[in-house]
Write a protein that binds this ligand. Sequence first.
Ligand code: F6P
Length: 529
Amino acid sequence: MSQDLMPTAGDDLIAPLTDLPEWKRFVVAAQTCASRTDGLDLIEAPGLMLDASGQRHSPALLAAGEALLQARGFTEQRRRLLAGEAVNVTENRAAWHTVLRSPTAPAEVLAERERMDAWVRRADAERRWRHIVHVGIGGSDWGVRLAVSAFGYAGTWRDVRFVANIDGHAIEGGLAGLDPRDTLVVLVSKSFTTSETLENGARAREWLVAAGLDPADHLVAVTAQPERARAWGIPDTQIFKIWDWVGGRFSIWSAVSLTTALSVGSDVLAGLRMGAAAMDTHFAQAPLAANAPVRMALAGIVNRSVLGQGSLNIAPYDSRLANLVPYVQQLDMESLGKSVDQAGRPVGVPTGPAVWGMPGTDAQHTFFQWMHQGSDGAPVDFILCCQADHHWAAHHRQLLANCLAQREALMRGKTLAQARAECLSEGMTPEQADWLAPHRVHPGGRPNHLIALPRLSPYSLGALLALYEHRVFTQGLIWGIDPFDQWGVEYGKILARGIASALTPGAEVRPESAGHDVSTCHWIEQLRR
Ligand code: F6P
């Protein structure tokens, strides 16, 4: 192993979490405080207000959390993150997405941004590209989908299609009915090796050729590997650069968002960056007790590692934010879905939860029953926009009422005595009430955050995304894991390559000789036919 790959973060960071006296005190403080405060626990941050009243909270728990962060070297590690030092220890590189939105970004970042904006201005001026096919996956997809659906929900003059999955139906549907002469294919891949993106891109290129067009005129690439895009036949003027030190799931702040600019405008990107930059400053400067990402992280640690909650539900009460769910899912699960610390030892407590969700009120008619009365339940991040951008006030009133009502029911619960009294007040006999009341009990005390945006502006959404990024960073720091690598994803990718060649007609490789298990061999044989 190269010496370069050894952890550089210092002894504090890689000390086993469960050996720390500060951890033990944190656990005791979490176990002994009430399930929620009766008072209001509001944290004001740029672009949003965080209400943490629905989480476990006590002065002792907050003090223990602050001491734990100190024991983990929080101030120094946050400085290293924001200064672009190598915080991704297993890959020995920075995770410097914050600089992409900084008002004082380095010249090369500003220059690339200006090059992209100029390219978009020219396309707009020429009224070119009625259709955009955005080809990319994971971090090269979700952020763009999110921004386009958040701000282009009512339609844009350019029709944008997203093609991510290797499933041929995705590219077939993505291209169906488009006029190739007015179609731009945006290939986004940091590595420019991702098989889904290259295969889908190849199908799009064939489609352009079949229409008698020169693909070089219709393809744009966004990548950290410009020479690979060049070898693919894309001219330099149509290759936009991202940097190795930007993680895929943090790349929305870069030229990865070219499609967003073409669809909803470069101003939206500027607003997103401003909101995120303001959240960066808040994260860097606000005292810990009033620091929104830190407070969310501490609550997340209590819920996951002390209370054993295995999942986190994201409930945006705004249908424009449907894609926030997979966005946060990738951000959180790819970052915190690890069980060993930076020194390679088991963390010793449960780490990153499964993240899932759906916009309200759809979610209420899908899985909220389980949230209210199921045996597990899940902590919830409720997200609402105080002001809507449509003019149907009654819709918005009902939407907000539903959000507050679900949250209140989850927090407050309903006791057996209350349920029984309710049944009696509805005219049931005491026997009927005794039988039905247990079915109407809600345990309550389910932890939640309420995140209120004044309205869904690019500024607020940018701040919200940075809030989640810094929450994830802080949780990773406490657990002692590297939140910026994703080794787990790589293993499946390698196996898939071997299986794909075994499935190819006429393949000479016998599946057994490649060391697959019996069932996998059976299915390779079956599917090859
Ligand atoms: O899912 C693994 C991953 O590496 C993500 O981190 C990344 O966002 C995605 O694949 C796509 O990678 P690329 O942009 O290199 O095609």
